[in-house]
Design a protein around this ligand. Structure first.
Ligand SMILES: [Zn+2]
Length: 399
């Protein structure tokens, strides 16, 4: 006998998940807890892949295309627990809100999605895949590997990042680049024996300003932005001529931007301002990297680019989804359709792999990553009630 897929049980499951801290790279305990719940709910093919993602399937009653529901297993750090009104790992329901780190980003929606899928076992027109990923908060290594592995092949994806009941259709992406200036270090009292890497800073900063001023605009997602955010000078000594300067760039990119394109734009702009690099000095433009290790022990030097994506507001799946969900309290009217301001795993599923993706979840964005993180219980109950219609409508639109 499987556990009943009721809202009350889903809420209790969400509270359990909040009590298990799960920073990126340390999601093991929460992954095992999610697997246990999927088994209890009667999902099929429940497993954890070698990246540490948890996957299960609610078998449908027909052969309509599969829809995948996805949240992430990791959360951001809680900061100083003393700054929280309600302890960050309590999972307490107080004053109509579920409180704690992950309440709305994203353990609450994770529980709702998992339970909504379970409520459709044997009922949906096709399979409902449930896949909760690792490392979303640090660029989405889990989702990238899940889709690349071919272990799941959904026809569409619902991301459970907060939308406050709207249908979200995309977002800008983010890339981090570095411009590295090199020279020859030497004693500051004898500059003739050294080559100062800082000599290149002025022309390179001008070139970066040229790139910033020439950013494309998207009518829905807004303008792409590129900002130098940090300059590191090495060695960090005031009486040594530096041989290394690293300028960090934060670039909020549009769908379709990739490493080669971004690197090319910076290199071209630098070549215009600095056609000849003086002897003994050097300029390198590269993607920033971060060493990431999943809880299952898979390591990677990950290039820091999280893609953006955008679905057409009149795409049949988006129209079907907005109509099926409806506006809260006025369900005959379609839900509002808009982009998110933050990035999600949809950049991988849709931006890179072209799988139609959208977001639907309760929760207000302003509480995410804060020490007042919370999920309105009545809004969560409403969203849980809309999920089955959403999934069925998407599957019918995909036939
Ligand atoms: Zn999130």
């Amino acid at each position: 006998m499987s556990k009943a897929p009721t809202f009350e049980n889903a809420l209790a499951f969400a509270a359990d998940l909040i009590r298990i801290p799960s920073l990126s790279g340390s999601e093991q305990a929460v992954a095992e807890r999610v697997r246990e719940e999927m088994d209890a709910l009667g999902l099929s093919d429940v497993r954890i892949d070698d990246t540490g993602n948890v996957i299960g399937v609610a078998r449908g009653g027909g052969d309509a295309p599969a829809v995948m529901l996805s949240c992430h297993l990791d959360v951001v750090a809680e900061g100083d627990p003393a700054e929280w009104e309600v302890p960050p790992f309590s999972g307490e329901v107080r004053d109509g809100f579920l409180h704690g780190r992950g309440a709305m980003d994203i353990k609450g929606p994770l529980a709702l999605q998992t339970y909504a899928a379970a409520s459709l076992i044997g009922e949906a027109p096709g399979d409902v895949i449930v896949a909760h990923t690792v490392y979303e908060e640090r660029g989405g290594l889990g989702m990238r590997r899940l889709v690349e592995s071919g272990a799941v092949r959904p026809a569409a994806v619902v991301i459970g990042e907060s939308t406050h009941g709207d249908i979200c259709i995309g977002h800008r992406g983010r890339a981090e680049l570095e411009v590295v200036l090199t020279g020859v270090a030497g004693h500051a009292s004898a500059p003739q024996r050294a080559r100062n890497a800082l000599d290149l800073l002025a022309p390179v900063m001008s070139a970066l300003a040229d790139v910033s001023a020439d950013q494309p605009d998207d009518p829905i997602l807004g303008r792409s932005t590129m900002v130098p955010t940090m300059v590191e000078v090495l060695p960090e000594t005031r009486n040594v001529i530096p041989d290394r300067v690293v300028i960090a760039l934060d670039w909020r990119i549009l769908p379709g931007d990739d490493d080669a394109g971004l690197l090319g734009r910076v290199r071209d702009a630098i070549a215009k301002r600095l056609p000849v690099v003086p002897e003994g000095l050097g300029v390198e433009v590269r993607m920033a990297e971060e060493h990431q290790v999943t809880w299952t022990g898979r390591a990677e030097d990950r290039n820091l680019l999280t893609p953006g994506f955008l679905m057409a507001p009149d795409h049949p799946v988006i129209r079907a989804a907005a109509a099926a969900v409806g506006k809260r309290g006025k369900e005959a009217e379609p839900a509002s359709v808009r982009p998110w301001t933050f990035a999600t795993d949809g950049g991988w599923t849709c931006g890179v792999h072209g799988i139609p993706s959208l977001g639907f979840a309760p929760g207000e964005e302003r509480y995410a990553h804060t020490n007042t993180e919370r999920l309105d219980v009545e809004e969560a109950r409403w969203a849980f009630g809309r999920y089955p219609d959403l999934i069925v409508a998407m599957q019918n639109a995909l036939r």
